[in-house]
Design a protein around this ligand. Structure first.
Ligand code: 5AD
Ligand code: SF4
Length: 444
């Protein structure tokens, strides 16, 4: 491996989930603390971090093609670090197949990136995929920068072992970050300009901690603590597991004004046989009853979910049960995927893998139903007066884009600035956004 001068600029490219976005931001902060600056748009960076995702598709193959594309015209490459879940799952293979990569760092080890970088400039290649995460967060620099909406990882890992999912292997066992650290980090984010914080975790509602008197609290307790930060206006959380929706968390949706009326609660399938084979430990009916309780606590809540079509052995009739569940819920938003065998997971070696053409057809039908419901939800919002948190400028002069409490994208025209919370009347609805009429200027 060649030696290289210490890099001056970096680029972090994050793929996949919001937790990767959070990790990508933290890696950028680590590099900035070491004196590197972000490479300007369109310019080559001296160091590129590919922060990868392994949840679906041919993620590993994508990493190799991304590495290939980093090669410059003169044949040289920047320093390359592969981070994220592909690094965790396939680190050794990346090192042997891709000589241009000098660092492989897993999601629980990226706080050691600066040390690895030092070695890499001397021409040494290094892999660090150690778990668990205990040391990581305390080794990261304090938060200094934030847009109006910020992510805060409160929990990592997963002990649920759904049979299709790679997360328990790449992200490790469930760990919760301590409450006091989270309040401190949230406070910093707010001081840096965040008006909304989304609490993140693979199983965010499994978060547990102790309050300052040493009493055990759950995610609802954490949300109530964060709601006391005066300049924090909105709190969200994702992603939750149905089995960890406690009474307290459900009640919090009716009690805490700053907790936004939106719940992402993956169901994956509407068939009890498939759910059992997925090791989901809930049924279609128990899920629907849970949603009834959530709606009783917060009647206007927007519900969202994740779905997998074509899990091994899924019959036409079982897929129809998923469509019936969708009809019963009326989702405001949803994410749906074709089943993708993940190496090392139990489902990857199950009999009756479903043909791609069948999965394609099922996905199309499911997405048509979900899109129909999303549009219906947006149309039903027309006429409502709500607060919109302004996130950025729109395409046209004088236009702004922001989010409603129900996480809908809303565009409107008038006097505003990024970070404002404005009052808007929702005027017209499309499948992916609404237009609004500005009623009152900034409240905060
Ligand atoms: N194939 C397809 N979709 C998957 N997901 C997780 N693992 C797989 C897989 N092997 C989906 C689930 C999960 C979301 C984050 O990704 O729906 O909730
Ligand atoms: Fe994966 Fe299931 Fe854990 Fe979600 S709950 S991260 S789908 S194993």
């Amino acid at each position: 491996m060649r030696q290289s001068p210490p890099p001056r600029t970096y680029r972090v490219k994050s793929f996949g989930c919001q937790m990767n976005v959070y990790d990508g931001e933290r890696m950028a902060e680590l590099l900035a603390e070491r004196g590197l600056s972000a490479a300007p748009e369109g310019e080559d960076a001296d160091l590129v971090v590919l922060n990868t995702c392994h949840i679906r598709e041919k993620a590993a193959e994508k990493v190799y093609s991304d590495i290939g594309r980093l090669r410059r015209e003169d044949g040289s490459s920047p320093l390359i670090a592969v981070a994220g879940c592909v690094a965790q799952a396939e680190g050794d293979e990346i090192m042997s197949r891709a000589p241009a990569v000098s660092m492989v760092v897993g999601p629980q080890a990226y706080h050691r990136l600066p040390g690895m970088l030092e070695k890499a400039t001397k021409g040494e290649r290094a892999t660090d995929t150690d778990m668990p995460a205990d040391a990581k967060f305390s080794a990261l620099p304090a938060r200094r920068k934030a847009g109006p909406t910020a992510f805060l990882t409160v929990q990592e890992g997963c002990d649920k072992f759904c049979t299709y999912c790679v997360v328990p292997y790449t992200r490790g066992a469930e760990i919760s970050r301590p409450c006091s650290d989270l309040v401190t980090e949230a406070q910093r984010l707010v001081e840096a300009g965040a008006r909304e914080i989304t609490l993140l975790g693979q199983n965010v509602n499994a978060w547990t901690g102790d309050d300052d008197k040493g009493r055990a609290i759950g995610l609802d307790g954490l949300i109530k603590k964060l709601a006391k930060l005066p300049d924090l206006q909105r709190i969200r959380y994702t992603t939750s597991h149905p089995n960890d929706m406690t009474d307290g968390l459900i009640a919090a949706h009716g009690e805490v004004d700053k907790l936004m009326p939106y719940l992402h609660l993956p169901v994956q399938s509407g068939s009890d046989r498939v759910l059992k084979a997925m090791n989901r430990s809930h049924t279609a009916d128990s899920y629907l009853r849970l949603l009834e309780r959530v709606r009783a606590a917060r009647p206007d809540i927007a519900l969202s979910g994740d779905f997998i079509v074509g899990f091994p052995g899924e019959t036409d009739a079982e897929f129809e049960e998923t469509l019936s569940l969708v009809d019963a819920v009326g989702y405001a938003a949803a994410f749906s995927f074709k089943y993708s065998p993940r190496p090392g997971t139990p489902a990857a070696t199950m009999d009756d893998q479903i043909a791609l053409a069948v999965m394609d057809e099922r996905l199309q039908r499911l997405q048509a139903a979900l899109n129909r419901d999303q549009l219906a939800f947006n149309k039903a919002s027309v006429g409502k007066v709500c607060k919109v948190l302004v996130e950025r400028r729109g395409k046209y002069p004088g236009q702004w884009l922001g989010k409603s409490p129900w996480l809908q994208s809303v565009h409107f025209e008038g006097e505003a600035a990024i970070g404002d919370i404005v009052t808007v009347e929702l005027a017209e609805a499309g499948p992916n956004s609404l237009s609004g009429r500005l009623l009152a200027p900034t409240i905060a």
